[in-house]
Design a protein around this ligand. Structure first.
Ligand SMILES: C[S@@+](CC[C@H](N)C(=O)[O-])C[C@H]1O[C@@H](n2cnc3c(N)ncnc32)[C@H](O)[C@@H]1O
Length: 224
């Protein structure tokens, strides 16, 4: 078998595919009624290799409707430069491309270290084990999003962490809108430091949309 197929002994209906070499695990909740939100049905975990603080990273693919309200309320404008930091397989940038396609003046930018080629292959591999139409449809949707993200005619993928991406001078001061939806700031020890890095990518009047929920409260870039 290309990937190790594991039936989770604890969580009912949880099917996992593990790529031993990279530590990527694809999690598929076959009993989708027990998981309320679509982004929880299918997601990836990465152990060890990213060296993130918790030594494990959850890579999700939210539908736009599950993003922070400020992102949902955005009126998308094909003339603006958008950057999504920690995009995962989220719908935001694919939605932009699907909506405006060649009318986009600036290619949207994704800053994300995840291995999209591997995730694409694992999703494709998993399809032969799925019986439920709703799950296959979801896998196909995520595959389609990754194909958009990997299409360099449509999206500029900076396949590295934000901390490494800001070292590239050409990214500084170019963004009208930055989205960090449960992305880099969510996983950082110091989310304000991450916001400071993200602000370096903004034009002077650009906006940064992010929300960090901690036990001490909910934080936003402009009010922190
Ligand atoms: C929970 S997922 C969120 C994905 C998507 N934004 C969504 O809302 O479903 C977190 C993502 O942030 C990315 N990430 C975490 N730390 C990052 C960093 N320092 N720089 C860039 N991306 C990061 C991870 O690789 C992961 O794909």
């Amino acid at each position: 078998m290309k990937y190790n197929k594991i039936i989770d002994p604890i969580v009912k209906g949880l099917l996992k595919f593990l790529d031993k070499d990279s530590g990527y695990t694809l999690n598929i909740h076959q009993d989708i009624r027990s998981e309320n939100l679509a982004f929880q049905h299918i997601s990836f975990d990465v152990e060890d290799n990213f060296k993130f603080p918790n030594n494990s990273m959850w890579i999700t693919g939210r539908n736009l409707i599950d993003y922070d309200p400020k992102v949902i309320e955005l009126i998308l404008n094909p003339e603006l430069q958008y950057i999504d930091v920690g995009a995962g397989i989220g719908e935001f940038i694919p939605r932009l491309v699907r909506t405006f396609d060649s009318r986009l003046i600036h290619k949207p930018i994704i800053i994300e270290p995840a291995d999209y080629e591997l995730m694409l292959d694992m999703l494709d591999y998993s399809k032969r084990f799925l019986n439920e139409r709703a799950l296959s449809d979801r896998v196909n949707e995520l595959i389609d999003r990754i194909n958009i993200i990997l299409n360099s005619n449509k999206v500029t993928l900076i396949n590295k962490s934000l901390e490494n991406a800001v070292k590239e001078q050409e990214l500084l001061g170019i963004a009208d809108v930055i989205i960090d939806n449960a992305g880099a700031s969510h996983y950082a020890n110091d989310f304000k430091y991450i916001w400071d890095l993200e602000k370096k990518l903004l034009k002077p009047n650009g906006i940064l949309l992010s929300e960090v929920v901690k036990s001490s409260g909910v934080y936003y870039p402009n009010s922190s």
